[in-house]
Design a protein around this ligand. Sequence first.
Ligand SMILES: NC(=O)c1ccc[n+]([C@@H]2O[C@H](COP(=O)([O-])OP(=O)(O)OC[C@H]3O[C@@H](n4cnc5c(N)ncnc54)[C@H](OP(=O)(O)O)[C@@H]3O)[C@@H](O)[C@H]2O)c1
Length: 298
Amino acid sequence: MTAPPTAVSGPLAGKIVLVTGATSGIGKVMVGALAERGATVLAAGRNDQRCRATIAEVQARVPAANILGMVHDLAETSGVRGLAAEVTAAYPGGIDVLINNAGAVYARREETAEGVERTFALNVVAPFLLTQLLLDGLRSRAPSRVVMVASEAHRMGRIDLDDLELRRRYSGMGAYNASKLALILLTREFARRLGPSGVRVNAVHPGFVRTRWGLNNRGWLGGGVRVAAALFAIGPVAGARTPLAVASEPEFADLTGAYVVRSRVRPGSPRSTSTESAGRLWTSLVDRLGVDRTAAAS
Ligand SMILES: NC(=O)c1ccc[n+]([C@@H]2O[C@H](COP(=O)([O-])OP(=O)(O)OC[C@H]3O[C@@H](n4cnc5c(N)ncnc54)[C@H](OP(=O)(O)O)[C@@H]3O)[C@@H](O)[C@H]2O)c1
């Protein structure tokens, strides 16, 4: 979309970092911080104008920033595949860091054009599929890192492996909590399959952050989030700290399969450590999507 200008210096000079959900909140702060530190940033959004505005905003502050916008709807697997293809075409040698940050909550059950429940599609299928499709490139740039932006909400999550899209009974927060639990389970499974060397895969909780999260909903969910965020949330700069640290700081270079909160490794809920659930969820996603690039590594 926008050609990257000249290279900048900094601790991340030469690193190529893909951030999804780059056009708002935590993702937007990460794009600026990574570009400031010299990384080439691939800023993925779903809206061309918002993507251009994000890039212009960062470049106004960091004129030498290397940012390339990529526009795809990640709730659709066609969009995820489109993003992976665009990244691979632009950087055939691979990328160093993938930050799976895009995510949302939906008060009412909706299905995507592909007929998949929207929370599951965006918060679980997209990061799983994108990571799978970019794995060869991440391996060739190893040591490389994948960061999954999860949430403490996973502690309230329950996964029904026979009803992953909540067809029987839906609640917005129930779907969201389950999606973040699924993301942590998948993080651990990626790490287990990929082993200690090569591609490091970790999940983080950014904190309760004042962003546009939840505000797409009317009624109690959107209203409640607005009030609670005004009272209790931290700002997006503080919210970006932990994902940025896990994505780029040397102290996290060897960490894999972990859940990180406030830049400290935390155990996560007992459900998030079940290797059996992780394995069953993995198999179900592989059956659905027909892709498992970790198989080549194991
Ligand atoms: N805020 C919190 O308190 C909190 C707490 C724990 C975890 N998280 C997680 O942090 C991550 C970032 O959220 P945030 O708080 O920064 O929220 P946000 O301000 O709503 O940003 C979400 C980002 O995801 C993008 N996005 C939404 N639907 C998409 C789709 N279908 N395809 C591609 N991109 C899409 C949005 O694009 P647009 O700009 O076009 O809308 C936006 O860039 C999410 O995974 C969220 O679950 C947030």
